[in-house]
Design a protein around this ligand. Structure first.
Ligand SMILES: *[C@@H]1O[C@H](CO)[C@@H](O)[C@H](O)[C@H]1NC(C)=O
Ligand SMILES: *[C@@H]1O[C@H](CO)[C@@H](O)[C@H](O)[C@H]1NC(C)=O
Ligand SMILES: *[C@@H]1O[C@H](CO)[C@@H](O)[C@H](O)[C@H]1NC(C)=O
Ligand SMILES: *[C@@H]1O[C@H](CO)[C@@H](O)[C@H](O)[C@H]1NC(C)=O
Ligand SMILES: *[C@@H]1O[C@H](CO)[C@@H](O)[C@H](O)[C@H]1NC(C)=O
Ligand SMILES: *[C@@H]1O[C@H](CO)[C@@H](O)[C@H](O)[C@H]1NC(C)=O
Ligand SMILES: *[C@@H]1O[C@H](CO)[C@@H](O)[C@H](O)[C@H]1NC(C)=O
Ligand SMILES: *[C@@H]1O[C@H](CO)[C@@H](O)[C@H](O)[C@H]1NC(C)=O
Ligand SMILES: *[C@@H]1O[C@H](CO)[C@@H](O)[C@H](O)[C@H]1NC(C)=O
Ligand SMILES: *[C@@H]1O[C@H](CO)[C@@H](O)[C@H](O)[C@H]1NC(C)=O
Ligand SMILES: *[C@@H]1O[C@H](CO)[C@@H](O)[C@H](O)[C@H]1NC(C)=O
Length: 797
């Protein structure tokens, strides 16, 4: 392809939007992809992956920076250090993946030693307004004029490096592409590279492997690559170590020696310049072998002439297809809200990642998904959203969880780069399985699912930092997780006794649900355990902020083995104090305060309201929580609390609260997320809120508020029936956000919640709005179900 043709193709591709690092101003367009801005959340800790990927794709190509690089790229003003094709999205933890980055440059003189190899030396800023991010495409121009753009298939990426903008040159015009045997976290343990590129040949191949550490987990993983370079005549090639390069040898092995010293090293190919078009770099990836990496690339991106534009359009078609089930009435709706909405849907399908065929640990015909990072983040809203939007994939995701159970003996709780990640609280996959059950996902072995969840509930693994639950002996005998538990049966981080008690109680509730439905005799047993959360409720506990009584009495508190209460200040671990994680400031509540966890009883809210002194004080307490700075809206445990007023008969207060946070804390700015996206959790909170149906996952329940659009239609990919939720008296200034009355399929509807059949049966819900709350949805019988004694869970099915 000639130079001229290249720039024309690029121009025609990019015409639709000024897709720059600025907030996109969308043109009058009918292509839904023009409303997707992958750069939302690309700074201020959103950590989103902003590059090119297919839905759930393994290959994720983007420019990597040296600033906020957990997801690879960031618009935080930091410098580009490479271009790589394995990434995670929205995660906390250490920078994830980013293996085998490649980097283009022109050495200032003929001497290859005048190029800059180490990551710090080669880091280069980019032209801020050159960033183009679209589903399936990412492009950026370095300050030195080298333009890079990229796209992907499932297991391979295609990069192009255009040197034509470096006219002033470096005294040389010979383009060099180097590959670094590293990852974003520089976690490489050992690695190999070999370069096959004869001088004078048209293009060459660099291949190899490396052992790396997972960014939030145990063990190590091996990744393999196969890089094909084309677009010019090879001038020379070889390997580099630190800041020196040579044309002999053509292969290299690096390991960690003295003091685990980290050696920077890799391979390079230099072309004779000037080249007549871009240099193409096709990067094949695998977790199985280098051969498989090469085969993936050859099969998915055939040569010798790589069809870049064809790949971009296939990727875009794949994304368009994923977005088709949903449509919104947008008249009078601010464009930024639409961008926020479609971009959020896009982000729900970046991870988990479909690694089927790339599982290094066992062979199976079942799907294999990875990047559950972590299920603690994903079970509450992201996976429930996929159950509606993409139930076929969600069923495959659930099957992959079960296949992991079958082969490893445990359901995963967190996973990344084929390794086990650290557990954060309960056995969260239990909640995912039962949510899929109550929503009728098909093709899943429910007997196996029951077995897997019972395993979590009954058997303690030796290492419960990576699977299952800890302290099970105490849980079974005392029905709470003791503060400073004595647990000789297994080991893990012996903290979080309050949040683990609450999460285990919910896990046992969903197990009770499954048990009953499958006709097992364990229903009563698990239902009893599901009410164990009450054992840590200390009725006379007060909470002070700087010596001033907040006025609320009754909080969860840690309890020793001997039944004596311990103490954790209810405001500890809130935004008013210090953050508490597994490693920093470990406490009896994980990543949130007692103030926040007091509301985490998703199955028994009615009882909670009673214990807290009734509806009025419950609502006052919620209000204080949200207005005092105690609520951390940027982390998952808070999500359901926004909607808890439904359980006290005040659905209008939930709607009001949702509008207080969207768009002020969840918006379409590049810094528009209040915390890590956590795969697509922040995205899904936004989505469920804006469509007006918020899930309580593990239960067949969605809490109703008015959608932020005039109407929303969702076609079930399983039944092809279209559900619609429509506002009457909608106003786009959001004064009328209170439901006055509702009709379901034309009949009066008074419940403030609805079941999943709404989506699968294609029901129609019409909400008449007003500017003041009235009594709609307030009656006892119109509130969402809570567990009540031994029949509660059945009623909730
Ligand atoms: C979009 O384009 C159509 C047809 O050109 C026009 O009627 C409509 O007013 C435009 N809408 C906006 C929001 O610009
Ligand atoms: C590019 O953007 C970054 C981050 O916003 C900023 O720090 C830097 O000054 C900008 N550079 C130019 C040349 O505008
Ligand atoms: C030319 O060399 C300078 C100094 O090493 C470097 O900053 C610049 O990025 C190089 N330009 C290209 C196009 O590689
Ligand atoms: C980024 O790279 C430029 C050269 O392109 C350099 O001048 C600047 O100091 C670097 N910035 C940072 C934050 O490292
Ligand atoms: C590479 O590193 C891994 C992880 O430390 C280790 O298990 C493996 O034996 C090493 N391989 C070689 C060849 O040294
Ligand atoms: C990595 O590649 C080298 C060189 O081909 C080979 O000797 C080594 O066994 C490979 N390592 C793994 C883990 O496949
Ligand atoms: C699940 O299937 C059963 C049996 O067909 C049906 O009664 C129920 O309504 C379905 N539930 C959902 C959530 O679709
Ligand atoms: C219970 O154990 C705790 C912690 O070891 C201790 O401080 C407390 O005094 C004990 N209570 C009783 C009644 O023995
Ligand atoms: C408590 O008071 C100190 C000193 O006035 C202040 O810095 C701090 O923010 C206050 N803490 C809370 C939780 O209000
Ligand atoms: C967008 O959200 C971010 C993160 O919550 C917030 O800091 C920012 O103020 C919001 N921007 C607008 C315009 O509301
Ligand atoms: C839904 O539509 C698709 C595509 O037209 C078709 O393949 C599928 O059989 C339909 N499913 C049902 C349940 O009607």
């Amino acid at each position: 392809m000639g130079l001229h043709a290249v720039s024309v193709a690029l121009l025609s591709f990019c015409y639709t939007t000024a897709l720059t690092a600025r907030l996109p101003r969308r043109a009058n367009t009918t292509d839904v992809l023009d409303w997707v801005n992958p750069l939302i959340g690309s700074n201020s800790g959103g950590n989103v992956f902003a590059g090119a990927t297919l839905p759930y794709g393994m290959a994720k190509a983007v420019a990597d920076v040296d600033g906020e690089n957990t997801g690879g790229f960031s618009t935080d003003g930091s410098n580009i250090t490479g271009f790589s094709a394995l990434h995670d999205s929205g995660t906390g933890g250490n920078p994830s993946l980013g293996n085998f980055p490649i980097f283009p440059q022109i050495c200032p003189s003929d001497d290859i030693n005048t190029c800059r190899y180490p990551v710090g030396a080669r880091a280069t800023h980019y032209k801020n307004d050159s960033v183009v991010a679209k589903p399936g495409y990412f492009g950026v121009t370095l300050e030195n004029g080298i333009k890079a753009d990229m796209t992907v298939s499932e297991h391979a990426a295609l990069f192009r490096f255009d040197f034509s903008g470096t006219a002033t040159g470096n005294g040389s015009s010979d383009p060099l592409i180097m590959l670094d045997l590293t990852d974003l976290w520089q976690s490489r343990q050992n690695a190999s590279v070999s370069v096959e590129a004869e001088d004078g040949s048209e293009g060459g191949r660099i291949k190899g492997n490396g052992t790396f550490l997972p960014s939030f987990g145990a063990g190590s993983y091996v990744a393999y690559f196969c890089l094909d370079l084309a677009g010019g005549t090879v001038k020379d090639s070889g390997v580099w170590v630190n800041d020196r390069a040579g044309t002999e040898p053509k292969a290299l092995y690096v390991t960690r020696g003295f003091n685990l010293f980290y050696l920077q090293a890799g391979g390079f190919v230099r072309f004779q310049g000037p080249v007549s078009g871009p240099i193409s770099a096709r990067m094949g990836l695998s977790f199985i072998s280098t051969d498989q990496a090469c085969q993936n690339a050859e099969r998915e991106i055939p040569g010798p002439d790589f069809d870049f534009d064809g790949l971009v359009s296939s990727a875009q078609d794949a994304w368009r297809k994923k977005l088709t089930p949903i449509s919104i009435a947008t008249e009078g709706i601010d464009g930024s809200l639409q961008t926020n909405f479609w971009s959020a849907i896009y982000r729900t399908m970046i991870s988990p990642q479909d690694y089927t065929g790339e599982n290094p640990d066992w062979q199976s015909n079942e799907p294999y998904f990875d990047s559950f990072y972590c299920i603690w983040d994903m079970w509450r809203v992201q996976l429930p959203f996929l159950t509606i939007m993409d139930p076929v994939q969600q069923a495959r995701i659930v099957r992959s969880l079960l296949d992991i159970y079958k082969h490893r003996g445990w359901l995963p709780d967190c996973s990344m780069s084929t390794c086990k990640g650290w557990t954060q609280g309960g056995s969260d996959a239990d909640n995912v399985l039962v949510d899929a059950y109550v929503k009728n996902l098909t093709g899943i072995d429910w007997e196996l699912a029951y077995e897997a969840v019972v395993n979590d509930a009954e058997n303690e693994p030796l290492e419960w930092s990576i699977e299952g639950r800890g302290g099970l002996a105490s849980w079974k005998s005392l029905n709470y997780i003791p503060y400073l538990d004595f647990d000789p049966n297994g080991f893990g981080t012996n903290s979080r006794s309050i949040s683990r008690t609450l999460e285990y109680a919910y896990n046992d509730f969903v197990l009770a649900t499954l048990s009953k439905s499958l006709g097992k005799d364990t229903y009563t047993k698990y239902l009893m355990r599901a009410s164990s959360w009450q054992n840590l409720f200390k009725a006379d506990q007060k909470s002070f902020i700087n010596g001033t009584d907040t006025g609320f009495t009754g909080f969860f508190q840690p309890k020793y083995l001997n039944g004596t209460w311990g103490y954790q200040d209810p405001i500890a671990c809130s935004p008013l104090t210090d953050f508490c994680s597994l490693t920093s400031n470990p406490s009896e509540t994980f990543e949130s305060s007692v103030w926040e966890y007091i509301f985490f009883v998703p199955h028994d809210v009615k009882k909670l309201i009673e214990l807290l002194g009734g509806e009025e004080t419950f609502l006052k307490r919620l209000d204080f929580f949200f207005t005092s700075g105690l609520a951390d809206i940027g982390n998952e445990p808070v999500f359901l609390t926004v909607y808890l007023p439904h359980y006290a008969g005040r659905p209008g207060l939930s709607a009001k609260r949702a509008h207080e946070y969207i768009p002020s804390r969840f918006n379409s700015s590049l810094n528009g997320l209040p915390g890590n996206d956590d795969s697509g959790a922040m995205a899904s909170f936004t989505l469920f809120s804006t469509i007006g149906l918020f899930p309580n996952p593990g239960q067949n329940v969605y809490l109703i508020i008015p959608p932020f659009f005039q109407s929303v239609s969702i076609t079930s990919p399983l039944t092809n029936k279209t559900a619609m939720i429509r506002n009457v008296n909608f106003d786009n200034a959001y004064k009328n956000i209170y439901i006055q009355s509702a009709k379901l399929n034309g009949e009066a509807y008074t419940r403030n919640w609805i079941r999943h059949e709404f989506f699968t049966e294609g029901w129609e819900l019409e909400l008449t709005l007003g500017s003041e709350e009235n009594a709609w949805g307030s009656k006892e019988e119109d509130r969402p179900p809570s567990m009540e004694g031994s029949s509660g869970a059945v009623k909730m099915l």
